[in-house]
Design a binder for this molecule. Structure first.
Ligand code: ADP
Ligand code: MG
Length: 564
């Protein structure tokens, strides 16, 4: 045709396509899942428009049709959703819009490189995450060597055709004939994936990956393949663990992953809402990925109004994935009005309480699971303890720190456990920060605590000391860095190495001490405020302590680093 236009893909997409078409990744079914998920998104948007725009009220039954054509080696996935205009086709299927995808692609590329060089213990690049990073469409080229997209936007009369072999470029031309509203994707399957063009395989894939898509998915023969029952409106007792896990996988596009915990909330007054919230098993931010997007979808009367909704939970709980549905929300709440919406504010308060209660229960009933959670997301709770004064007490209960109480450097304790173990007259919770437990253990400041058998928290994460400063005290006990000069040690703590010899030696040394102190004062001069004889050392000759109110040594180090 004369109106055919050629476009080149954005450079990052070219790289991605190269990776995808050469990938040995086994789960090629995820391509079907991604395309079905896009079709479902397009239907969600159409349903929303039909419900909010008077003139589009009559938009027909919204559904997805899958047509496997074995003899032609093609698989067709069709939806009657919003479709795309010419410009939308070029932008949506030619560039990467999402933030964070850049990092995902960089990560993939380095994994692939490591794999090629025969290193990299993790083996194959993890392509299963592709849908989380806004590049799910391109997974089509894992299974097809040619993809044709025919689409017509609900806003237009004429349709467009997009075509590519997944190399450097794609072409867009006006579609011939009349195109129904929505999008049709024709996949010309590769030889090794041609089994996808059979009803049996499609049935299996949809059951496995797409059972929670909230629109009917039909085979061309008419058979409906999915069960669209929304689990969040069911009573808790009716939902199985497996259904929760499947729902989580549906939300995250991650088929092989089980959530660490979930919580199913239901309220009818004063505000009606239902919510199912999950914690992923791993914190991707810790592995060098970009900052997580908020993971909650907001529905009004079962209609999706907003995915990645930021207003439902505070920033530090951005890792929580799930869905919230309310009868009391109008469909036309916009991103701008969400913040000032009183229904949202009340739901937010309930969700936050729901998450805290769930974590309390996990810590109490399944301490090992809680440790797993804490190892991944404890850092975000700590972020909360610093940034959310209103919930600081609640959060402090859930925080875990290293401790001198255990030889195991991985062991973590709560502030409550610390308090339970300490002598009755101990007025403070003691801690010391450092880069790792090994380095902390060497600190001369610890000597007196060892001698007296007093527990010291080991703060190894950079955020830890900021948390202690934000908290100030816990359970009425002041949080004190053991390198400060005022320690207020408990009277009762027994001196564990008190021996007659030690006492005698001390008496002998007494006279010489004042001379030694003078020598030090002369040598160091005004660089320190004071030089004092210390009771806290056993093996080391001297140590530095902080004058009252000063920042701990570790804090000063951190501040130097950040001010550089
Ligand atoms: P994501 O779905 O995360 O946005 P994808 O790569 O899967 O990323 O899709 C890119 C974009 O292409 C979508 O955001 C959407 O705008 C558009 N798109 C893809 N498939 C369809 C479809 N079936 N109908 C309408 N738009 C679509
Ligand atoms: Mg997608």
């Amino acid at each position: 045709a004369t109106d055919r236009q050629e476009f080149t893909f954005q450079a990052e997409i070219k790289q991605l396509l190269h990776l995808l078409s050469h990938s040995l990744y086994q789960s090629k079914e995820i391509a079907v899942r991604e395309l079905v998920s896009n079709a479902s998104d397009a239907l969600d948007k159409m349903r929303y428009i039909a419900l909010t725009d008077e003139s589009r009220r009559d938009s027909g039954t919204l559904e997805i049709t899958i047509d496997p054509r074995e003899s032609e080696k093609t698989l067709v996935i069709r939806d009657n959703g919003i479709g795309m205009t010419h410009d939308e086709l070029v932008t949506n299927l030619g560039t990467i819009a999402h933030s964070g995808s850049g990092e995902f692609l960089k990560n993939l590329a380095s994994q692939a490189k490591a794999q090629g060089e025969g290193q990299g213990g993790s083996g194959k690049p993890d392509l299963s995450l592709i849908g989380q990073f806004g590049v799910g469409f391109y997974s089509a080229f894992m299974i097809a060597d040619k993809v044709v997209v025919r689409t017509r936007s609900y806003k237009e009369e004429a349709g467009w055709e997009w075509e590519s072999e997944g190399l450097g470029s794609f072409a867009v031309s006006p579609a011939e004939g009349s195109v129904p509203r929505g999008t049709e994707i024709v996949l010309h399957l590769k030889d090794d994936t041609k089994d996808l063009a059979t009803p049996a395989r499609i049935r299996e894939i949809i059951r496995r990956y797409s059972s929670f898509v909230p629109h009917p998915i039909r085979l061309a023969s008419g058979e409906v393949l999915n069960d669209q029952k929304p689990i969040w409106v069911e009573p808790k007792s009716q939902v199985t663990e497996e259904q929760y896990a499947k729902f989580y996988q549906h939300l995250t596009h991650h088929a092989d992953e089980k959530p660490l915990w979930h919580v199913h909330l239901a309220a009818d007054s004063p505000i009606q809402f239902r919510a199912v919230l999950f914690s992923p098993p791993t914190n991707l931010e810790r592995f060098g990925f970009a900052r997580l997007e908020h993971g909650l979808s907001l529905c009004a009367k079962r209609i999706l109004v907003q995915s990645d909704c930021r207003e439902l939970l505070p920033e530090y709980l951005r890792f929580v994935v799930g869905l919230v549905d309310s009868e009391d929300l109008p469909l036309n709440v916009s991103r701008e009005t969400l913040q000032d919406n009183s229904v949202i504010r009340r739901i937010r308060t309930s969700l936050l309480k729901g998450v805290f209660d769930r974590l309390d229960r996990l810590a109490e009933e399944q301490p090992e699971e809680f440790q797993k959670f804490s190892a991944q997301f404890g850092i975000m709770l700590k972020e909360g303890a610093i940034t959310d004064p209103a919930n600081r007490e609640r959060l402090a209960k859930l925080l875990r720190f290293g401790s001198s109480n255990s030889e195991d450097p991985e062991a973590r304790v709560s502030l409550d456990e610390y308090i339970k173990r300490m002598p009755e007259d101990q007025k403070r919770i003691y801690y010391l920060g450092g880069p790792d437990p090994g380095a902390i253990r060497k600190s001369p400041n610890l000597e007196i605590f060892r001698r007296k058998g007093l527990e010291v928290l080991y703060l190894t994460e950079p955020v830890d000391e900021f948390v202690m400063n934000a908290l100030g005290a816990y359970g009425g006990k002041t949080l004190t860095s053991i390198d400060s000069d005022d320690l207020e040690l408990p009277e009762s703590a027994k001196d564990k190495v008190e021996t007659p010899e030690a006492e005698g030696a001390e008496k002998d040394a007494e006279g010489g001490f004042s001379r030694v102190l003078d020598l030090f004062r002369e040598a160091i001069g005004p660089r320190v405020r004071e030089v004092r004889k210390s009771e806290r050392l056993t093996d080391s000759p001297c140590c530095l302590v902080n004058a009252d109110g000063g920042f701990s040594v570790q804090m000063q180090r951190l501040m130097k680093m950040t001010n550089k």
